[in-house]
Design a protein around this ligand. Structure first.
Ligand SMILES: [Zn+2]
Length: 91
């Protein structure tokens, strides 16, 4: 803004009266809803674009999110490693 005031003053946005009047919010706990502002989650790790499966004769292009050098068909079978929180036993 300069000394002469704002360069652009928007016209008043008069709404047509045909609309149903907005319901009045009652001042209860339900009036405001929301969640605290938080940091965005970390981006998924990506790998170079255009990689091709390393198995012989396979020309499957791997996803940038595929950390393996093989496609799903040629990925060796691995044991599942469960991670995360262990359920606490109720004493
Ligand atoms: Zn493959």
């Amino acid at each position: 803004m300069n000394r002469r005031g704002p360069a652009f003053v928007p016209e008043t946005r008069a709404r047509p009266r045909t609309r149903a009047p907005a319901r009045r919010a009652t001042l209860t706990q339900e009036t405001f809803r929301g969640a605290p502002v938080r940091e965005l989650p970390r981006r998924n790790r990506t790998f170079p674009r255009g990689r091709v499966c390393a198995a012989e004769g396979c020309d499957t292009v791997l996803s940038i999110y595929n950390r393996s050098e093989f496609c799903w068909q040629h990925e060796p079978v691995r044991e599942y490693v469960p991670r995360g929180r262990r359920a606490r036993r109720a004493a």
